[in-house]
Write a protein that binds this ligand. Sequence first.
Ligand SMILES: NC(=O)c1ccc[n+]([C@@H]2O[C@H](COP(=O)([O-])OP(=O)(O)OC[C@H]3O[C@@H](n4cnc5c(N)ncnc54)[C@H](OP(=O)(O)O)[C@@H]3O)[C@@H](O)[C@H]2O)c1
Length: 186
Amino acid sequence: MAAFRIEGYVIVSADGMLANADREMPDTLKFEGDKQFFTAALDRADLIVHGRHSHEGQPNSPKRRRIVLTHGTAALARDPANPNATLWNPQAASFEQACAFAGVPSGTVAIIGGPDVFDMFMDRYDAFFLSQAPHVRLPDGEACFPGVPARSPQQILAAHGLMADKREVLDRAADVTVTPWRRPTR
Ligand SMILES: NC(=O)c1ccc[n+]([C@@H]2O[C@H](COP(=O)([O-])OP(=O)(O)OC[C@H]3O[C@@H](n4cnc5c(N)ncnc54)[C@H](OP(=O)(O)O)[C@@H]3O)[C@@H](O)[C@H]2O)c1
């Protein structure tokens, strides 16, 4: 059995964007129901992985063990600003080495962005939770995955072997939903 269960989490606009043209997540993409879903998932995870600009900034954040991708470290280092964070340069150390350095040899790993970090794990997700805000458009925004909008996020997840499971409503007024994309058991 694999040592890690790897899950991805993102909320995207109707046009597949995770941030606006300034590469910031706008308030129009923030919904209480999605926040609660995301918070519960991060509280359950053993480890969070993200790029330097995708810290989730939540009250429980300091308690969560995390790996932050950056070119600013030679390979692996403790983050001097956060005892629960490991700085990882994936050009110089493997994901497994980073997890060992972080003190997490197994368990559930939540990948939370940005686009290049999502892309690195595309063939490894056990499940990818795609939240969608169908009434929000972010023209010229930052796409959730490389290759969007030429292909939709769903087409990219399917191309990497994931299959859509049952969609759940997260915010009825705004029609925000989350669809788990799961890898069929091999
Ligand atoms: N809607 C959502 O659900 C959602 C999800 C995630 C993020 N977001 C938002 O989207 C935006 C994402 O920002 P971003 O595009 O700048 O992405 P990011 O991945 O958070 O940050 C990019 C930085 O991470 C580091 N990095 C990423 N991949 C790396 C690699 N392969 N090797 C080494 N370092 C790597 C680099 O840091 P260095 O410069 O230190 O080398 C790079 O400059 C943010 O505004 C965030 O809030 C939204």
